[in-house]
Design a protein around this ligand. Sequence first.
Ligand code: ZN
Length: 638
Amino acid sequence: MEAKIRNAKAIALKNARLDDPFWGRYTRLVTEKLLPYQWRALNDLVPGAERSGCVENLRVAAGEREGRFHGYVFQDSDLAKWLEAAAYSLTWRPDPALERQCDEAIELIGRAQEPDGYIDSYFTIEAPGAKFRNLRQGHELYVMGHMMEGAAAYFDATGKRRFLDIMCRTADLICDKFNTPEFSAAYPGHEEIELGLFKLGKAAGEKRYIDMARAFVERRGVDPDWFAREEEHPDYVTVWGRGGLDRLYHQCHLPVREQKTAEGHAVRAAYLYSAMADIAFEYGDGSLLHACETLYGNIVDRRMYITGGIGSSGAGERFTADFDLPNASGYAESCASVGLAMFCRRMLTGTGDGRYADTMERALYNTVAAGVSLGGEEFFYVNPLEVWPESCVEGTSMEHVKPVRQRWFGCACCPPNIARTLAGLAGYAATENGEDFRLDLFISGRYKTPMGEVEVRTRFPFEGNVALKIEGGGGRLALRLPGYVRDYAVLRNGERVEAELRDGYLYLSGPWDNDTVEYRLEIPPVFVWADTRLRAAAGRVAVMKGPVVYCLEEADNGTNLSALTVDTKAGLTEDYRPELLGGTTVIKARGWRDVDDPSGGLYRFDEPQREPAELTFVPYCLWDNRGPGEMAVWVRRG
Ligand SMILES: [Zn+2]
């Protein structure tokens, strides 16, 4: 597990100023739309949106309002994720009004916290005698984990200790409680506390929080019946009914080192694997890292959509079987792709292997970006690869698929998860170790690095050229060579150079003195075929350019997209359209449309005629920004 860049760390957000043609539309949304809009949503101020109750619950828990708890048991986590997103944005865009809003929210959390450090408004209001008695369904540790992530982020951003201190009291409570004999084998139903304790431990310099995170990872599945036995305790209260423990769903079917396939609820799984990676690198634990690699391999080779979506079943929001990736009924929760990007980020930082960057990039440029509308006020929770709006009928097996983005959700995990990911995007873009600088994603901006300021200019993924200017110093510059690149060249100060290629990165050595590096990546639009065992893609192709998956939309191609076939021999052409969807490259293909006589009956004895058709593809992440309509990623081959 020797890192190619030793002691690597994701670049600190305060050391990056992104200014990117592709991501700019999203990062601008964070401050202009996502944070103010989501604040209103959490305060129940958005007309026509589902009520959140999030902030109100905390006021009730603090004893400042009368009332009952509203929403899901994990409702507090929405505010925690919002605070994390706000903290990240404050590192690159100071905003005193936003900071005041955060301080007020943090004070409210402090007032809602119980004297022993406990914080979870559901149990405080509705079931104070049942704290930690239903770890399987209760989500207290999940809420606390998100609060800890928010606290660590806010401390990094502002240097203010208030939120950190609040959550250290919670962490102390957890370390005490979960090391008593009664709870010494316990672990959480929804993984997240592991990630929160780890970050809080780093921010506060408290190793025992990190040890506690490790213990939760280590304990998982060692006693596979913990969740069944906790129901026998007299103080147990149910949240969603008793019995029927599904160990796969909770990733507690086996100790984590023995898990070979990605199982169960996809967000939980991705958070668990992220925590396993944190612990593996922190403690230099080779067998845990090996488990991470095995699980990663199962995901990317067998259980991941081409869009970086994971968890294909709507029932249970979960993984199913190898190659089971249905198009229209697929789930692929936005949060699960956030989790996949988090897992890949940790594996990439720790190993320096570019394969993880390819998958991280796939998740971010497709499913995560698709999660929010260009207007910033509508969100996808579910991300299928094919949508026929009329089939998304309430009360059927398709009701989880929303053919248009929603204003808010009763279960609103995804919008603030997307917000914190976009606000913290720079942390995915580059890596450093005090000496070297590694560019993991091709995102324009200025990065403060060990080699002084590195300026990155690119129109990626619309174009493959990346121009860098490196101020000065002696370290190495590492440039990622993604798996989809057809050909490439590196020019240093205008001269072509050969760079050492290792594990998906090209390494250039210093010294640097205002050197320019031109990195030319050939990323033409291409057809992509799936493994023949992926039944949903049998006889079909997808179109990609670089990491960006494309799709057909009704707005460009008319109705009944299933009548279209594409001619894979005719090639693809691309065209940048500045006026379309905030500026994007569209891809055109030749093909055919099946035509028949609509009066010929549902079933006939003659083959339909076909007429030539031009197919227009737009990026999957931008679909559903022009009114409701059909969408398809996998297209029949003609
Ligand atoms: Zn979600």
